[in-house]
Design a protein around this ligand. Structure first.
Ligand code: FE2
Length: 391
């Protein structure tokens, strides 16, 4: 309860938060993943979504696919900032899986794609271990640009994991895309470097099923387990387990709702997304103050933290390189564990439904997820849920 908020220095060892120090070594190597390739969102209007990520978030449009490139059922914009690539895809017709996905879920994550060297092996190793195939190993001919190889399997809900091999492809993003020449200026003053982690929300009772899925099918191991003793407020609770691959580049927390007096934020997501899905993507920055200041100036909305949170924060986390007044002014949270500290902040949902949102995170040694902030954070979310009539 209150210890979760106060005793962050030892949070990792408190009852309810269990860290597996051998997680990376335990991960199996039958599926070597080099890192994240991209995250693809299926949205109602890709052109306007691209403008949002360009003008507010500082992403540069680098590639386009649609009617002008001979693609007649969808439009896609590829947006990039440093090592982060997001793809925004909208349907051009009322039929098909993209239109159905948007109709049912609103905007949301379709694909969390991995960079690999051998898409056939990745597909074979996962499907023989129980993954349902989404795309058999496929060679996409890019002419003079070479060949892009791709395969994909299903995970929780309607989310898929693509495996992508770019070793023999030199073109922009993928065959069927063209480079965006002279893109409109992206927002300046941003510092988003890479995708830190992607969080899945699954239905009550399914967390362990998908933990087992990432362990048995992908060879991941469990890094941390937070039970509902840690992640709860007076009203609601959730449970979370974090899965990681062998090189630690992929970190997937899996959440499920826990029963409480009122509705868990995870249940609110499930009620509006109508399915298990990706709850948030965390983007790592090396300058959270500059980045959040810019995002706020551009109109991105964040969860607010109460003054009381900052009144005790210094005692909990010590020096985090940023004055407490600056953290409070911008609504940035801090947490510390044995390995170091982190700074983080969460946006409000970035589409109309109270579903997907982003986290911005700056790490200084800590490999955790801000357990010391969970209680204060969830209380902030509950205030928003109450405004929406969803608590
Ligand atoms: Fe997170």
């Amino acid at each position: 309860m209150t210890q979760t908020l106060e005793g962050s220095r030892g949070a990792a060892n408190q009852a309810g938060a269990h860290i597996n120090a051998n997680a990376y070594a335990e991960a199996q190597d039958f599926l070597p993943i080099k890192g994240m390739d991209h995250v693809e969102f299926w949205v109602g209007n890709a052109r306007q979504a691209a403008a949002y990520y360009r003008a507010l978030w500082g992403f540069t449009p680098v590639a386009y696919s649609g009617l002008e490139t001979g693609v007649r059922d969808r439009t896609s914009y590829v947006m990039r900032q440093n090592d982060i690539t997001i793809v925004l895809t909208a349907p051009l017709t009322p039929d098909g899986e993209i239109a159905e996905h948007v109709h049912r879920h609103g905007d949301g994550v379709h694909d969390i794609a991995f960079a690999v060297d051998d898409v056939a092996s990745a597909w074979r190793e996962t499907t023989t271990r129980g993954a349902r195939s989404y795309l058999e190993p496929t060679e996409l001919d890019g002419g003079d640009d070479g060949t892009l190889r791709r395969s994909a399997v299903h995970t929780y809900g309607e989310v898929v994991h693509s495996f992508i091999d770019r070793n023999e492809y030199v073109g922009v993003f993928a065959p069927g895309f063209r480079a965006v020449k002279k893109p409109a200026a992206a927002a300046k003053g941003m510092d988003l470097r890479e995708i830190d982690h992607c969080v899945g929300n699954v239905a009550l009772g399914q967390m362990d099923e998908f933990v087992a899925y990432y362990r048995d099918v992908f060879g991941f191991s469990q890094l941390i387990h937070y039970d509902d003793k840690v992640i709860h407020t007076e009203y609601s609770a959730l449970m979370s387990k974090v899965m990681t691959n062998g090189n630690g580049r992929i970190k997937f927390p899996i959440n499920e709702p826990a029963t409480g007096k009122k509705k868990s934020q995870i249940q609110e997501f499930l009620d509006w997304y109508l399915e298990s899905g990706t709850q948030h993507v965390a983007l790592r920055t090396e300058d959270i103050v500059k980045t959040v200041r810019t995002l706020r100036a551009n109109g991105v909305e964040f969860l607010g933290m109460p003054h009381e949170y900052y009144a005790t924060l210094g005692d909990r986390v010590g020096d985090v390189g940023v004055p407490m007044e600056t953290l409070e002014e911008l609504g940035i949270e801090a947490d510390r564990d044995e390995e170091g500290y982190l700074l983080q902040i969460f946006t409000r949902p970035v589409q109309d439904r109270p579903t997907f949102f982003f986290e911005i995170i700056e790490r200084h040694g800590s490999r955790g997820f801000g357990v010391g902030n969970f209680k204060a954070l969830f209380e902030a979310i509950e205030r928003e849920q109450a405004k929406r009539g969803n608590l």
